[in-house]
Design a protein around this ligand. Structure first.
Ligand code: ZN
Length: 350
């Protein structure tokens, strides 16, 4: 099957099908996102390896080099101007965005972006930036890997859940099931965050180890400080957007709390970095009608992780994005984010 897939992919490119779709959709803007991107040479010496898959700089370099042959890299602010019809469209334009504000985005990846003349937009959660607080998904990941016993049980809103710690593979599956379960079960973001804090604290007390104690040396989870962000805007032309105060899923908050998450994070970023913050990215792709109306009050645009391309006339606070594709096969990388793949998916899904 993989061989058949590779042959089909080759044909798609050799027969010009990819190029045809790429040309037809050339006025649309592709926006990609990534989270933590660690320096490949640092991986082996790291104290731990997260269970969730991470990007690394070798993959980043190969992907950007592949994309640079078919796309023109533009900044998010240029994309906004094009989509608002303030400037002429740029053919096959592509924007890189980075979620959460990890330090490795600047330290390890900044020089690589710069080499390709890419000015990424980085979305930060102001409280995490301010205090270098690890995100719950990194904190819990680290905590779970310190457990020496075969399992750890918890109650998710009264329902039992057991983390299987017998092997890394089983823990990876278990952690992924857990994340799916909590997203389905909690319909209030504040209650979910409180629950996750209590759970992580109890595991940390049990094992005596916590990510916050080592975060300043951690290549995966360390958050960029205001100073490092400011320097990224000056050295590498990074643009800075808001990702709320607390990485809150604003679709699951009341109006007052949404307003606070949106307005305070914007104000803090503007005050700390002395620049305008007009762009927003929904943590966990959580948005709903009320949230959208409020987002419009503070921001020019907002980004989802709904897959697709962006064109003039689209809803400015529901920009579509796709995950930065990686791998060693350039055809696969190009196909993963292509107009052709999206068109096929739309046809199949109706
Ligand atoms: Zn995020």
């Amino acid at each position: 099957m993989p061989i058949l897939k590779t042959i089909i992919l080759r044909l798609i490119f050799n027969l010009g099908i990819f190029s045809f779709f790429h040309y037809i959709h050339r006025k649309k803007i592709t926006i990609l996102y990534a989270h933590s991107i660690v320096k490949s040479s640092d991986i082996n010496s790291s104290l731990w390896q997260p269970l969730r898959t991470q990007h690394n700089t070798d993959e980043l370099t190969f992907t950007l080099s592949t994309l640079s042959k078919r796309y023109q890299f533009i900044s998010l602010s240029t994309a906004i101007k094009i989509l608002k019809k303030e400037i002429k469209p740029i053919n096959n334009a592509l924007v890189i965005t980075l979620d959460d504000g990890y330090l490795n985005n600047i330290k390890a990846s900044g020089p690589i972006f710069s080499k390709f003349n890419i000015h990424p937009a980085i979305f930060v959660s102001s409280e995490h930036t301010e205090k270098n607080i690890p995100f719950w998904f990194d904190r819990l990941d680290y905590a779970l890997q310190q457990i020496k016993e075969d399992g750890f049980s918890t109650q998710i809103l009264g329902e039992s859940f057991m983390f299987d710690c017998t092997s890394r593979k089983r823990l990876t599956t278990s952690y992924s099931d857990f994340r799916r379960r909590i997203k389905l079960q909690f319909n209030d973001d504040q209650i979910m965050r409180n629950y996750l804090d209590t759970l992580s604290t109890s595991i940390e007390m049990h094992t005596g180890k916590a990510l916050k104690d080592v975060i300043n040396d951690d290549i995966y989870a360390q958050i960029a400080s205001w100073k490092e962000l400011k320097s990224a805007t000056e050295r590498f032309n990074f643009e800075i957007g808001s990702h709320t105060i607390n990485h809150a899923r604003i679709g699951l908050l009341n109006e007052n709390d949404i307003d606070i998450e949106l307005s305070h994070s914007k104000r803090t970023i503007e005050y700390k970095l002395q620049l305008a913050c007009n762009t927003f990215c929904y943590p966990d792709n959580s948005y709903k009608d009320t949230a959208e109306t409020l987002v419009k009050k503070y921001y020019q645009c907002a980004l989802t992780t709904d897959p697709g391309l962006n064109k003039v006339g689209d809803n400015m606070i529901q920009f579509k994005r796709m995950n930065l594709p990686t791998g060693t096969n350039q055809y696969k990388i190009l196909y993963k984010i292509s107009a052709l793949k999206l068109s096929l998916q739309n046809t199949i899904l109706g």
